[in-house]
Ligand binder design. Structure first.
Ligand SMILES: Cc1cc2nc3c(=O)[nH]c(=O)nc-3n(C[C@H](O)[C@H](O)[C@H](O)COP(=O)(O)O)c2cc1C
Length: 342
C-alpha cells in the first residue's frame, strides 16, 4: 500500500487516503489502555496521542482517527471563509529524511462546512476529543486578522474540546508576526471580547524558528494572558541547519524536527515552571519519541508526518510502547512523567 501511495504525487496520495478514511464504517475501537488516560482542562483523554493539525483540515474523517486509536485529533486549520490555498505543487516528500515539505497555505472549506460535520459526529457518539485549529483567510487585510480569529471563536469555538490559535504557519505571509507579545495580547482581547474568558481552553501554536528570547517573551505573555496551553511546534523553514537539502519552499516536518521540538518543550516547561500545559508535536514516530517529549514537559503529544511514513498503525504502536515504558520505569500514569527531565 505504502509503495503504491509513494508512487503517486504527494498531495494526490493525501486526498485519496483521506477519502478512504472518510468512508471507514465504525468498527470496534482498539482496546482501551486505562494507564494511558490523561485528564487536562477538566477533559478526559483516553490516551495522550493525537493527530496534529493539517491532516484533516475539514473534519471529514473523525471516526477514522478514533478507530486508529488516537485519543484526540486537532482538526483544521479552519479559516472563516472557504479558500483554495496556494497553487499546486505544494506538498513534497523527503523520504531519505522521513520528512515532508508543504506550502499549502490553508486550503479550507471554511467554518460553515466544518461546524455541522463536528455536530453530526458528536450526535452519533464519539469518545475521541477534538481540538480545532484556527487561522485567518489569506485575503484578509492585516487590520482584520484579529477579527477573523474572533469570528472563528464565536462560530466554531463551542464545537471544540479545545481551541488552537495558529500563529505559526510559515505559508501565510505575516502570520508569524502574531507571536509577538503585543500582537498576541491584541489577538486575545479581540477573541475573548469583554468577558475576557473563553468557554473552551485556548492554546497557542508556535514556530520552531523562534529565537530563545522570543520564546521566553511568549511564555511570559501566555502566563499573563492566562493562555490554557502551548502547542510546540509547527513546521520549520530551516533546511541546512537541520541537515536537510531540498529545493522546495515551505514548512518542513517529520524526523528532522524531533530534537528541536523537544528542546522547545523543555524550554517552555522550564520557563513557565510547568504552569502551562504543552502539546508536544514535531518528529514523533515511535513510543520513545513520544516518551521523551512527555519527559521534556508535554502533557499530550501529536503527530502528522509519521502517519505517512509509518502507516495507519502508528498510534497503536506508540500506545503499546508507551504502556510498556510506563510499566518498566515504575510509573502508573502519564501525568507522573510530564516534565521529569526538566
Ligand atoms: C502537509 C502538512 C500540512 C499541515 N497543515 C497544518 C495546518 O493547517 N495547521 C497547523 O497548525 N499545522 C499544520 N501542519 C503542521 C503539523 O500540525 C505539525 O505541527 C508539524 O507537521 C510537525 O509534526 P510532525 O513532524 O509530526 O509532522 C501541517 C503539516 C503538514 C506536514
Amino acid at each position: 500500500m505504502k509503495r503504491y501511495l509513494f508512487g503517486l504525487d504527494a498531495e494526490y496520495a493525501h486526498r485519496l487516503t483521506l477519502r478512504m478514511l472518510s468512508l471507514i464504517p465504525p468498527f470496534t475501537p482498539p482496546r482501551a489502555r486505562p494507564e494511558l488516560a490523561v485528564k487536562l482542562w477538566g477533559t478526559d483523554f483516553k490516551n495522550p496521542i493525537g493527530l496534529a493539525a493539517g491532516m484533516d483540515k475539514d473534519a471529514v474523517a473523525i471516526r477514522a482517527w478514533e478507530m486508529l486509536g488516537f485519543g484526540f485529533a486537532e482538526l483544521g486549520t479552519v479559516t472563516p471563509r472557504p479558500q483554495a490555498g496556494n497553487d499546486e505543487p505544494r506538498l513534497w516528500r523527503v523520504p531519505e529524511r522521513r520528512a515532508l515539505i508543504n506550502r499549502l497555505g490553508f486550503p479550507s472549506e471554511g467554518m460553515l462546512a466544518v461546524g455541522p460535520r463536528i455536530e453530526r459526529m458528536r450526535k452519533a457518539g464519539i469518545s475521541i476529543r477534538l481540538g480545532l485549529n484556527f487561522g485567518p483567510n489569506s485575503n484578509t487585510p492585516p487590520e482584520s486578522v484579529a477579527a477573523d480569529y474572533a469570528t472563528l471563536m464565536e462560530g466554531l469555538g463551542p464545537a471544540a474540546d479545545f481551541i488552537v490559535i495558529n500563529v505559526s504557519s510559515p505559508n501565510t505571509p505575516g502570520l508569524r508576526n502574531w507571536q509577538s507579545p503585543e500582537k498576541m495580547t491584541e489577538l486575545f482581547a479581540a477573541m475573548l471580547g469583554k468577558t475576557g474568558e473563553s468557554p473552551r481552553p485556548v492554546l497557542v501554536k508556535i514556530s520552531p524558528d523562534l529565537e530563545r528570547n522570543e520564546l521566553f517573551r511568549i511564555c511570559e505573555t501566555a502566563l499573563e494572558l492566562g493562555v490554557d496551553g502551548i502547542v510546540a511546534c509547527n513546521t520549520t523553514v530551516q533546511r541546512e541547519a537541520i541537515g536537510v537539502s531540498s529545493p522546495h519552499p515551505g514548512g518542513l516536518s517529520g524526523r528532522p524536527l524531533t530534537i528541536r521540538a523537544r528542546e522547545l518543550i523543555r524550554d517552555i516547561h522550564t520557563h513557565t515552571r510547568g504552569k502551562i500545559p504543552i502539546i508536544g508535536v514535531g518528529g514523533v514516530s515511535t513510543a520513545e519519541d513520544a516518551w521523551l517529549h512527555i519527559r521534556a514537559g508535554a502533557s499530550l503529544v501529536e503527530l502528522y508526518t509519521a502517519l505517512i511514513y509509518e502507516g495507519p498503525g502508528v498510534a497503536e504502536r506508540i500506545k503499546a510502547g508507551l504502556a510498556d515504558l510506563l510499566r518498566r520505569n515504575g510509573f502508573r500514569s502519564i501525568s507522573e512523567v510530564v516534565g521529569i527531565d526538566r
